[in-house]
Write a protein that binds this ligand. Structure first.
Ligand code: C5P
Length: 237
C-alpha cells in the first residue's frame, strides 16, 4: 500500500500510495509537539486515536456534503487520502476566545465571537507560523482572490458542521485549525486532519478540556481525553 515516504511532519508521515499515483497514505504518529516543536513527547496510542477520530469526522463531513481529501481508513494508524498540494495557510476559526488571541490582543478568556472569528497564519515553521492578512496570503501563496474567498467560506461551513457534531456529544468547539490543498483537478479540498491535536474541545457541562491543551499545559493525560472524544464520537456519530 505504501511506497516512498514523501514527507514527515510533526504528527504524521505522508507516503505515496503504491496503488494509485493520485493517492497518499497518511500514517499518524504517537508524537505530540507544542509551542512550535519546543515541547515534545510520545504517547502510545495517540496515532491510532487521531487516525480514528479524524476518519470519523471526515466521514461525517462527507455525509453533510463537505468534500475533503479523505478516502478511507486503512488500518488503526493509517488512512488513504487524495493527493493534494497543501496551500501553506493555517485557517483558524474561533468560536470562543482563548489561546494565542487572548495574549496577542489582550482579549478576555471565553468571550463568544459572533460571527466566529477567522484568522490566517502562514504555515512556516522557521517563521513560527505568523498571523497574516489576506494581502499577505495572496502574496505568499499561489491562490487567487476568488480561491481565498472560497477557502474562507468552506472553513466557515466546516465550523457549522463541526459545531453540530461536537454539540451532539456534549462538547463545545472552541476553536480549530484547518488546512486546504489542491487536488489534480485543481479543486480545493479540506486536507490534513481534524482531531484533538487541531481543535480545542471543552466539555459543555464540566468545562473539562478534551484536547491537546492538556499536553501543552501539563494539566491532564492526553490519551485519556483523546479516548474520551473517540468513545463519544463512536456512540453518537
Ligand atoms: O494557539 P492558537 O490559539 O492560535 O490555536 C488556535 C487553534 O488552532 C487551536 O485549536 C489549536 O489547536 C490549533 N492550531 C493547530 N496547529 C497550529 C496552531 C494552532 O492545530 N500550528
Amino acid at each position: 500500500m505504501k511506497a516512498a515516504l514523501l514527507y514527515e511532519g510533526k504528527a504524521k508521515k505522508v507516503y505515496q500510495s503504491s496503488e494509485d499515483e493520485h493517492q497518499l497514505v497518511l500514517s499518524y504518529k504517537n508524537d505530540a509537539t507544542a509551542f512550535n516543536g519546543e515541547k515534545k513527547s510520545q504517547f502510545e496510542g495517540k496515532g491510532r486515536l487521531n487516525n480514528e477520530i479524524s476518519s470519523l469526522i471526515f466521514q461525517r463531513l462527507h455525509e453533510v456534503g463537505i468534500k475533503t481529501h479523505f478516502i478511507k481508513r486503512l488500518d488503526s494508524t493509517q488512512q488513504i487520502v487524495q493527493k493534494t498540494n497543501i496551500i501553506p495557510l493555517e485557517v483558524v476559526i474561533r468560536n470562543l476566545s482563548t489561546g494565542s488571541i487572548t495574549k496577542r490582543l489582550g482579549i478576555k478568556e471565553r468571550l463568544a465571537f459572533t460571527p466566529p472569528l477567522l484568522e490566517l497564519f502562514y504555515k512556516d515553521d522557521a517563521l513560527g507560523d505568523p498571523l497574516i492578512n489576506d494581502e499577505h496570503a495572496l502574496l505568499l501563496t499561489d491562490i487567487t482572490e476568488t480561491e481565498l474567498a472560497e477557502i474562507k467560506d468552506k472553513a466557515r461551513e466546516v465550523n457549522g458542521a463541526l459545531q453540530e457534531i461536537f454539540q451532539s456529544i456534549g462538547i463545545s468547539l472552541v476553536d480549530f485549525k484547518l488546512e486546504f490543498g489542491r487536488n489534480k483537478e485543481g479543486e480545493i479540498l479540506l486536507s490534513d486532519e481534524v482531531s484533538p491535536d487541531t481543535c480545542r474541545l471543552w466539555d459543555i457541562e464540566t468545562n473539562e478540556k478534551l484536547d491537546k491543551d492538556v499536553f501543552r499545559q501539563g494539566t491532564g493525560d492526553l490519551i485519556t481525553v483523546y479516548q474520551e472524544i473517540l468513545n463519544r464520537l463512536e456512540v453518537h456519530v
